[in-house]
Design a protein around this ligand. Structure first.
Ligand code: CMP
Length: 137
């Protein structure tokens, strides 16, 4: 099944110069970049993007972290790309994410309240369409 997903290279990834490596992994896997832009996201956009985490202890620090630098947003297309990109990204926590994954190979834990884990990928077709609407209108 051909799907679309929203991928974000978060400020830690962009600032550390890892955007190219992230995009290279996506393309090497055979997925296609359908949309791509560099964004300085507003508070309100991020609060909508992360609305399911509203009320959690890491919500405010997460939004603040996401405003700490530019974000690269992409719509990525491919067969089962939603599950496939999450597999490429690895699990949330960089320390324990498997080697071979983006987070496992490139991620760092900084000891803060937020996992600065380089990338975001939508977790379902419904989330993907919602998030693509938020970032690409
Ligand atoms: P992301 O895939 O963008 O979705 C929500 C983000 O919140 C997640 O990546 C992490 O950056 C962060 N996050 C999720 N769970 C936790 C947690 N338990 N503690 C801190 N940050 C978290």
């Amino acid at each position: 099944t051909t799907e679309r997903t929203l991928v974000l290279v978060k400020p830690d990834g962009v600032t550390r110069g890892l955007t190219g490596q992230v995009l290279a992994r996506i393309e090497a896997k055979g997925y296609r970049l359908a949309e791509l832009r560099l964004v300085h996201p507003e508070q309100e956009l991020l609060e909508r993007h992360y609305e399911e985490h509203r009320g959690k202890p890491f919500f405010a620090p997460l939004v603040e972290f996401m405003r700490s630098g530019p974000v690269v947003a992409a719509v990525v297309e491919g067969d089962r790309v939603i599950e496939g990109f999450r597999s490429l990204a690895g699990t949330t926590e960089p320390t324990t994410a498997a080697p071979g994954t983006i987070r496992g190979d490139l991620g760092r834990d900084w000891g803060g309240t937020v996992q600065q884990n380089i990338v975001h990928g939508s977790d379902s077709p419904e989330s993907a369409e919602r998030e693509i609407g938020i970032w690409f209108g």
